[in-house]
Design a protein around this ligand. Structure first.
Ligand code: PMP
Length: 336
């Protein structure tokens, strides 16, 4: 018998540090970074995994020893894998094939069963990762977490991330810059701040190619393109996403996102993933456009160690046209 109902590692989820960026050019603003990369599973999704599993335990949808199924871009899976291991559940994950290899390897190391499916098909196609996961759950009776439609996802942020940011900022926040994958973070934060601090604005950081920024501005769902940043941007509006709190939106090209992630590491020593680059790029654009000082917060959504073969690999960046190809014009430069 376990001695405590909740394994100690799960007590490390949340209460992440918040630091000020001091080396980046933030115009007249102060920019603060909430380090969600410091969660034990390495991302903001640990909170959501814990909230969704414990909500299902409370209402009886999840029984001891049961199987959990989820469709995930990786980080929700990593959070769930940690939680499933600690609490003794089996975990089956459906992951689109554009996800970084490091994430899939880590999921397997944590004991999850991983099914990799095509990322070139959209919602409604039987191989689309969410439809595929839903089908497995339907046919096996396993518990489908469904972060895109699960109210415990935004609740995690309304009840933990939001209050933490508000307290760490001494109850003075002008704007929060946030991305949308499932929409849990944005929805939970807007709902908390609407009550606690109505002056706080919300800036959507959306990868170019995603439909969300345009949807927020026009109310129309356009045709999605493609993007390489992981974890944010969508080709549909997730059912749990409430975008009504968004006050400004930026579309950030991959090249700018990846450059911002690398700049964050170089300037501040903070190693974030690709979506952190998108959020930071939008935050910097927003800060530099202000004419009066503002206190702005953004999130380091996950750790950059998950992207060593991509964002932080010069050869990959060059091959994808994101860094200039090296030329050896003057050989004296090689020893300079
Ligand atoms: N960044 C990363 C790296 C993620 O994995 C996610 C979750 N998909 C997000 C940001 C966005 O969070 P949310 O699902 O709460 O919109």
């Amino acid at each position: 018998m376990p001695r405590t109902p909740r394994p100690a590692v799960l007590g490390l989820i949340g209460n992440t540090p918040l630091i000020e960026a001091t080396r980046l050019d933030t115009g007249p603003c102060q920019l603060f970074l909430k380090l969600e990369s410091q969660n034990p599973g390495g991302s903001i999704k640990d909170r959501v995994g814990l909230w969704m599993v414990e909500a299902a335990e409370r209402d009886g949808r999840l029984k001891p020893g049961a199987t959990i199924i989820e469709a995930t871009a990786g980080n929700t899976g990593l959070g769930l894998a940690l939680i499933a291991r600690a609490k003794g559940y089996r975990l089956v994950l459906v992951v689109p094939d554009k996800m970084a290899a490091e994430k899939v390897l880590q999921l397997k190391a944590l004991g999850a069963v991983v099914h990799v499916v095509r990322s070139d098909v959209g919602k409604g196609h039987p191989d689309y990762y969410q439809d595929f996961a839903a089908r497995i759950a339907e046919e096996t009776g396993a518990f489908y977490v469904n972060q895109f439609g699960n109210p415990a996802n935004p609740a995690a942020h309304e009840e933990s991330t939001g209050p933490e940011i508000f307290a760490q900022m001494n109850h003075d926040v002008d704007a929060i810059v946030c991305g949308v994958g499932s929409g849990g973070t944005l929805t939970g934060l807007t709902h908390f701040f609407r009550r606690a601090s109505p002056k706080t604005g919300f800036v959507l950081a959306d990868p170019k190619g995603s439909i969300l920024a345009n949807y927020v501005r026009t109310g129309r769902i356009g045709v999605a393109g493609s993007w390489m940043v992981e974890g944010i941007g969508e080709d549909f509006v997730p059912p749990i996403a409430d975008l009504t709190g968004v006050t400004a939106a930026y579309e950030i090209p991959d090249s700018e996102s990846f450059a911002a992630a690398r700049e964050l590491l170089r300037a501040e020593g903070v190693h974030g993933g690709s979506s952190t680059g998108t959020l930071l790029a939008a935050a910097l654009r927003y800060c530099r456009e202000q004419t009066t000082p503002k206190r702005v917060v953004t999130l380091v959504c996950d750790t950059g160690t998950r992207y060593l073969s991509k964002v932080y690999n010069d050869n990959w960046m060059i091959d994808h046209g994101l860094l200039p190809r090296k030329t050896f014009g003057d050989l004296r430069d090689l020893i300079a």
